[in-house]
Design a protein around this ligand. Sequence first.
Ligand SMILES: Cc1cc2nc3c(=O)[nH]c(=O)nc-3n(C[C@H](O)[C@H](O)[C@H](O)COP(=O)(O)OP(=O)(O)OC[C@H]3O[C@@H](n4cnc5c(N)ncnc54)[C@H](O)[C@@H]3O)c2cc1C
Length: 330
Amino acid sequence: MKQDSILKELKQELGAHRVKSNEPMRNHTSCKIGGMAIYYFEAETATDLMKAFLLSYKLHIPVYILGGGSTVLFSDKGFNGFVIKNNTRKFDIFGMSGKIANRKLSVDKTILYAESGVLTNQVVRFSIEHGFSGLEYQLGLPGTIGGAIVMNAGYFPRNVYLKDALFKIKILNCQGELKEVDTTYLATTIGKSKLASCEEIIVSVTFILEAKDKAQLWERGNEASAYRATYYPNGMSLGLAFGDISIADAMKIPTPQSITSADFLIKNAGIKKKQIGDAMISSLHSNFITNNGNATALDVMNLFEEIKQSVKTKFGVSLPIQSNVIGFNE
Ligand SMILES: Cc1cc2nc3c(=O)[nH]c(=O)nc-3n(C[C@H](O)[C@H](O)[C@H](O)COP(=O)(O)OP(=O)(O)OC[C@H]3O[C@@H](n4cnc5c(N)ncnc54)[C@H](O)[C@@H]3O)c2cc1C
């Protein structure tokens, strides 16, 4: 099918004013880098999201689901396909359990429903304000719930992950099957992700949260948020660019306590604050790449290569790229 006919069909199905062509991806990623996506649509409801996703399969066009875009690097050439930006923002209390004593209900567990495009920070604030515990250490985490699940996002100083509070996940596959799965499903998808390759998408989730003292939850949340503000850059950046190495690899190299941290390896590979063009290893955290103005995707890719080479030379291990690099092999 020709580009014009695809655009026509997308507009017919999703709304003439809502489907854009040649949309700059730099406007939708935290690093503010990237060329244009040929087709672009913002899903405002779960129905929008599912319809657009299935339509891409019907039309045989490559599709990419974008959450907050905090881990995504689009190539300078852009993406030869359909980007669906997930702006689904509904969340609410779904159910509660507890005891009634002296005609008063004391709640001990709450089920919270959230669409996958809800901003993580928003649902975290809501849960803290209502005295529901489970998400508080994710205060200050950028992006959406869907992106956080796919990336297994968390608060590393305390080893707490957003997925720890998950109850169920509603997933749609490219054949149009909608299924509800529990977190054991993630073990088979996270990392080697069908989710990240868009054979499946997360439509919504439920969290199971425990009643706790609100002041204590704010204390935890503020600790995590202060940590993120102190150690992670707050300008244009690509978050946690490399994944950690395996424990088996870490045991082969001389690092303190067989550390697996990509940040440690980059920091100690002799390339601290290395800059290529306007792309630079952050001075706050070596696993973040900052865009100091007009960095191109090529600058970032060259910097990735240099980082990998330096770590390989110094420690003899290969650092896996964790950022989602899109549109480079077309
Ligand atoms: C300043 C900064 C601070 C950060 N701090 C942390 C931190 O403290 N801890 C941490 O773990 N990470 C951190 N990150 C990394 C990143 O923000 C998190 O991983 C975040 O949760 C990603 O969410 P997102 O919506 O931006 O995902 P995106 O980058 O938009 O997407 C991530 C991946 O998920 C896929 N995806 C998104 N939504 C869906 C969906 N509904 N269905 C299927 N696939 C989907 C995308 O296609 C992509 O492959 C940070 C990044 C930055 C820039």
